[in-house]
Design a protein around this ligand. Sequence first.
Ligand code: URA
Length: 239
Amino acid sequence: MARLDRLLANLGYGSRREVQAMVARGQVVLDGAALKDAGARVPVAADLPQRMTVAGRPVDPPAPLTLMMHKPLDVVCSHREAGRSVYELLPGRWRARTPGLSTIGRLDKDTTGLLLITDDGPFLHRVISPRSHVPKRYLATLDRPLEGHEAAAFASGTLMLDGETAPLAPAVLEPLDARRAHLTITEGRYHQVRRMFAAVGNHVVALHRDRIGGLALPDDLEPGAWRILTPAEQAGLFG
Ligand code: URA
C-alpha cells in the first residue's frame, strides 16, 4: 500500500501539491470510483494500470519496473554523455520517476540490440554481478575474414586487453561466415567485444546484442521499440 499523492508524485505526475489538485478534480479513479482523498492508501501491484486511471488514462506501471528495448544506432545509454539517450525513447514523464530508471550495463552509441532498463536495484546488481555469470551474446560483423585462431584465444582465459592487468574470462566464439560471428561473454568491460577483436588483429564494423542469459531479443521488437518484461522473462534471464 502507498499514499496516493506520494505514489503519483513518484511516478512523475507532478509535485505532491499538483497531484493533490488532480485528485480534488476527480481525475484519479480506482476500480471505477474517483478517489477523493490524496492521502488515501492504495494497493500497489503490477495490475495497478488495469485498476487506476489518471485523467482518463491507465496509470503508469509502478516500481519495480523492468523493460527490454531494442536499442537503435546513435543513441547513448548514459544521461551524462552528449547526444540523444535511450531514456528519450521512453514516455517523458518517466524521467521524473523515483526510483529512477537505469540501463543494466551499457551498449555503445554504435551498438544495437537488447538492452534492459530497470528501477529495481537488486535485480540490476544480480544481472551485472560477475558472480551471476549471465552470458551476453553479440553478433559481430568484422572488417577482415576470421583466420581460425580467434576462438581459441577467446576461450583461453588468458587474453589480455590493452591497458588492463587481469585477463579476460573465457568467451565463446561461433563463426557464422567469414566476417560474422556470435561472441558470448560473461563480463562487461568497457568496449569489451570491440577490444577483443582488436586484440586478435581484427576490427568490428557492426555490433548487435541479441541475447542476455535466457532472454533473446524478440524478432518483432523494432529498433527503438521497448516493452515491459514479464516476471517469467525476468526469471528466465538466469535460467
Ligand atoms: N562490447 C562493445 O565493444 N560494445 C558494446 O556496446 C558492448 C560490448
